[in-house]
Design a protein around this ligand. Sequence first.
Ligand code: IPE
Ligand code: IPE
Ligand code: MG
Length: 238
Amino acid sequence: MKIPKHVGIIMDGNGRWAKQRGLKRTMGHEKGAKVAEDVIQWASDMGIRYLTLYSFSTENWKRPKEEVSFLFSLMVRYLESRLNKIIKENVRVRFTGRIEELPQEVFEVCKRIEEKSRNNSKIDVILAVNYGGRREIVDAVNNLLKEKKNNITIEDISNNLYLPDVPDPELVIRTSGEVRISNFLLWQIAYSELYFTNTLWPDFTKEDLIRALEDYSTRDRRFGSISSDEGSGKSAHK
Ligand code: IPE
Ligand code: IPE
Ligand code: MG
């Protein structure tokens, strides 16, 4: 099985999972957070180096106030209570997205965890919070405008994304049966392999993760070229 360096996950279906059980949506988020914690452990054990978890999008502010504040308090509760474990397991927690727009105390917890785990090196767990792919690209362009650039290259945009040192994800997984990207890592997924499963996020297991990785392992990643076992000529370009 090929292990990607970077896996992104759109963790979707918490609300439907709860609804199926006659529970409040928040109970779905509660179970979803537990699953995220497990997935971090599995990914780390398998040797995945970067794991990006889509936790709150720039569009999720459209949800009821109570649900939004529950999501932030859940995140704070998890980050604070798992800090020792994060350090012990050599996990570096990072954020992508406009976290400075979160409620002050949430922002401070994020910064603190990021700082305390910054020297850890087994796996980078990147929480996409108040993240939007379009917003990220616009922010990059605005940075470049401030530098008075008048001709922007692909490298310029890549170097001005929120986490320029993080390689593009080879694989993006979305749960819950929705077949869309919902503004996740738009620039970075240009050539990512996409994997969709009907499993709702709170039901996601280690077997689901392995199935996604097995499927990824069978993909022929051509990047616009032809298979490496076909043709031996020099490429036309460069
Ligand atoms: C994913 O589950 C969690 C977040 C988007 C924060 P949802 O809350 O979107 O669950 P569904 O899609 O309503 O089932
Ligand atoms: C995407 O899920 C965002 C996260 C998983 C955080 P949504 O549930 O918000 O996406 P849509 O609304 O179904 O596209
Ligand atoms: Mg959803």
